[in-house]
Ligand binder design. Structure first.
Ligand code: IPE
Ligand code: IPE
Ligand code: MG
Length: 227
């Protein structure tokens, strides 16, 4: 692939740093998460113009249940509010919502809201995939069980049973907040993804930051093991 033809079609983001953002401003953690949702909203509005076909956001991991109940409740309430307030905009802007992870294990009212949102956006053009109750190891185990049930475990049959099976290959993974780890996100899909670890806390991450990462991506030489 020539360098200048390289465009990221599928970008995933580990949205990290809400807690530190709030702490720096001496605000409660909940305010950090609330500002984090604002950053999501701005980003989702901007991706179409950037040529991204799929944006995958890590919103709640299968390990985030370890947090205090109050924080988990805050995050779930933000999710409820976000779906309610932003669904009309997704529909109007032709955004297809997709959820990855074991999301049917969330509270029944959230599952019902998501089912409805998925149905209403199913014909959308560009995809916003939200990882909810997501853990890559869990995803791989679920996919392996399904592949095994069909009697054939190969990289292809396993991939075809991942939650991301209908998404384009992952081109670029971005993590904010300066942490350099994957925290159980898209472990399989990252095999040949380019990675960016950005020293900005999630609530401060803007579409301009994303554009800078896309520009950087365009100059990277991807080899996929070849030469
Ligand atoms: C990311 O921000 C949001 C979620 C994990 C839901 P954090 O809450 O992890 O913020 P830090 O890492 O403590 O700063
Ligand atoms: C990863 O961030 C999960 C999300 C962004 C939803 P965490 O803040 O939970 O990850 P660790 O605990 O620092 O690895
Ligand atoms: Mg964190």
């Amino acid at each position: 692939m020539t360098k200048d033809s390289q465009r990221a079609k599928h970008v995933a983001v580990i949205m990290d740093g809400n807690g530190r953002w709030a702490k720096r401003k001496m605000l409660p953690r909940a305010m950090g998460h609330r500002q984090g949702v604002e950053a999501v909203r701005k980003l989702v509005r901007s991706v179409e113009g950037m040529g991204i076909e799929c944006l995958t956001l890590y919103a709640f991991s299968s390990e985030n249940w370890k947090r205090p109940d109050e924080e988990v409740d805050d995050l779930m309430n933000l999710m409820r509010k976000f779906i309610k307030s932003d669904l009309p905009e997704f529909i109007a802007n032709d955004v297809r919502l997709k959820i990855i992870g074991d999301w049917r294990g969330l509270a029944p009212d959230i599952v019902a809201m998501l089912d409805d949102a998925l149905e209403q956006t199913s014909k959308g053009k560009n995809t916003l995939a939200v990882a909810l109750n997501y853990g890559a190891q869990d995803e791989i185990v679920r996919a392996a069980k399904q592949a095994a049930a069909s009697g054939d475990i190969t990289a292809d049959t396993l991939s075809a049973n991942l939650d991301t099976a209908d998404l384009p290959p992952l081109d670029l993974l971005i993590r904010t907040s300066g942490e350099v780890r994957l925290s159980n996100f898209l472990l399989w899909q990252c095999a040949y993804a380019e990675m960016s670890f950005v020293d900005v806390l999630w609530p401060d991450f803007t579409p301009e930051h994303l554009q800078a990462e896309l520009d950087n991506f365009a100059d990277r030489e991807r080899r996929f093991g070849g030469r």
